[in-house]
Design a protein around this ligand. Structure first.
Ligand code: ARG
Length: 563
């Protein structure tokens, strides 16, 4: 039940429609201080309309509003404050969650329309970077969040598998490469070759010409070039899929940059026909001077296409094939200019749907305050990092609960969950400090803390000997349960907020708050005492398991029943 709305409706009824329901709902807030009620409506707008002092309006309005769900309505200065009737509201909320279970919080904002989410998108023959990890976990969570509000998510891994760098790589491999070494250790070997190319090219500029030639051959269907490229790509994908498996992330499409190879000519023709292509130093560009931005590069002087050419073609392809209502690009903030340009070019082409494309930027992962880099061959192998966390989690579990049945599987859920949660609890635009030790703590704002709270609630239910089907919600009116109930009521609103802001951290922080309030409740209230409120308390515990589990699911994290 949306109590904000109910309160707003009552205000509408009692103010002769001076303000719309929507504007009132936008004004309803939480009272500033504890003990002043659950909802507050500021009367300043009404005061303006009626030319009366706000506190007078508040006094009159408070006297008029009555509803069975409201315990009390009082004027506090210029505010009308509402105290919800705890017993009615708690029973109602618990009943709803008992019935709806994992569907609690679902809405139909999306009406089944598509949202494409371009995420992860690592580069072939290069290590899967920390930036790609962030994109992967944020994008994966956004996919679940948009589905919860009624959209269909189309996850796209726009692999970086095309571009002049493959010309360089082919040259380097043909000159210095070793077949067996690449097979043995593909990504570090290919990266080393790429780095060697740049070092050697300083003294031997002819190499750059060779590389351009090889990329030209690749773009024009040369067999040898294509064979090498395919091999590099397959080896890289094998490595990437290890990470996706551990994270349990999948995609609806792996159409990367190369996928658009045979579709770019049409894009260029289209730009020409719209008279948007201009020449600049031998290259073809879309001029964006009017928009105050540098030109968007479409084709180099040697005829080679670019990253932007492929993104432009991909946007057209996605619109045509997925008819997206929205199109999200979960890509680091260093590409902000690129996405601004991309949208403007589409706008200039006359496509207003470009307004529905949204770059979802995020900050860096830092180690000791510094950017974790993959430069100079210093490779952080991500699947190794994940394996280390899982091992640490296993040790942790061994100490706490050596008798646990499926330790290895639980360790995986906890270890991986810790990494994901650590990333998602921070607002995505901020940087994240990477610390295995901090992630895995069972106290504080961590994934394991939320998981542990969930497991604890599950164990209380097991002890009660009752199943959810047997529990009937009973109203509760003590202050500890009320804190939990208010959190439970807020869940649908949190989902909507995280959707509107494309911000999984809203849900991560919400889960922490719910876990904290539940732990407080648990330490003050004897849940299993046999009295007339027993079923109400069990309904509350059950509801907490449902909402914590669902919150974690929306972040891409498992909630084991025992740990
Ligand atoms: N492969 C790119 C990189 O690693 C990210 C691609 C993002 N998606 C896109 N459609 N441009 O920087």
């Amino acid at each position: 039940m949306d109590y904000n709305k109910l309160f707003a409706e009552e205000i509408v009824k009692n103010t002769d429609g001076a303000l719309s329901l929507e504007s009132i709902m936008g004004l309803v807030e939480k009272p500033k201080f504890d003990g002043q009620g659950d909802l507050a409506f500021p009367c300043f707008s009404l005061a303006k309309i009626h030319g009366k002092a706000p506190h007078l309006i508040a006094g009159e309005l408070a006297g008029r509003i009555k509803h069975t769900v409201f315990e009390n309505i009082v004027a506090v200065g210029p505010y009308v404050n509402c105290f919800l009737k705890k017993s009615v509201v708690s029973k109602d909320t618990l009943q709803t969650i008992l019935e709806e279970r994992a569907a609690y919080g679902v809405s139909d904002i999306g009406q089944g329309r598509n949202i494409t989410i371009d995420f992860s998108s690592p580069n072939i023959a290069k290590p899967f970077s920390m930036g790609h990890l962030r994109s992967t976990v944020i994008g994966n969570s956004l996919a679940k969040i948009v589905e919860k509000v009624g959209y269909k998510a189309v996850g796209i891994n726009h692999l970086g598998d095309w571009g002049t760098q493959f010309g360089k790589l082919i040259v380097a491999y043909k000159k210095w490469g070793d077949d067996a070494a690449v097979k043995e250790n593909p990504i570090p070997e290919l990266l080393a070759l790429y780095i060697k190319f740049h070092e050697e090219a300083k003294d031997d500029p002819g190499l750059e010409d060779d590389a351009r030639k090889w990329f030209w051959q690749l773009e024009n269907g040369d067999l040898e070039a294509e064979e090498l490229w395919t091999w590099f790509k397959d080896e890289s994908l094998k490595e990437f899929s290890k990470i996706y498996e551990l994270l349990e992330v999948d995609f609806d499409s792996y159409a990367g940059e190369a996928f658009y190879n045979d579709k770019m000519a049409a894009t260029i023709e289209l730009l020409k026909s719209k008279e948007l292509l201009t020449e600049s130093q031998g290259a073809e560009v879309v001029d964006l001077t009017e928009e105050g931005l540098p030109p968007f590069l479409i084709r180099k002087s040697d005829g080679a296409t670019l990253y932007g050419t492929r993104d432009l073609t991909a946007a057209l392809y996605r619109k045509e094939n997925y008819h997206f209502a929205k199109s999200l690009y979960v890509v680091g903030q260093e590409q902000t200019l690129h996405f601004r340009q991309l949208k403007l070019v589409l706008k200039k082409m006359g496509y207003d749907w470009s307004d529905n494309m949204e770059h979802i930027p995020f900050g860096f992962i830092l180690k000791d305050g510094k950017k974790m880099s993959t430069r100079k061959g210093k490779v952080v192998l991500l699947d190794q990092v994940l394996k280390d966390v899982i091992e640490l989690a296993e040790k942790n579990i061994e100490e706490r609960n050596p008798a646990l049945a499926n330790k290895a599987e639980t360790a995986r859920m906890v270890g991986v969950g810790a990494v994901i949660f650590h990333d998602l609890k921070t607002e995505r635009q901020n940087n994240v400090e990477f610390s295995l030790e901090a992630m895995l703590r069972f106290e504080g704002t961590t994934g394991p803390y939320v998981q542990y709270t969930h497991a604890r609630a599950c164990s209380i239910l097991r002890k009660s000997g009752m199943t959810a089907e047997e529990i009937t919600a009973v109203g509760l009116d003590d202050s500890y349960s009320w804190e939990v109930i208010k959190d439970l009521i807020a869940f649908p609103e949190m989902i909507q907020k995280s959707f509107e802001q494309s911000e999984p951290s809203v849900i991560a922080r919400y889960a922490i708050e719910l876990a904290q309030d539940f732990n407080k409740y648990y330490s003050h209230v004897k849940v299993l005492e046999d009295d007339e409120h027993l079923e109400g308390r069990l309904a509350l515990v059950f509801s907490v398991t449902v909402v914590l589990k669902e919150s974690l699911r929306l972040l891409g994290i498992h909630a084991p029943d025992e740990m």
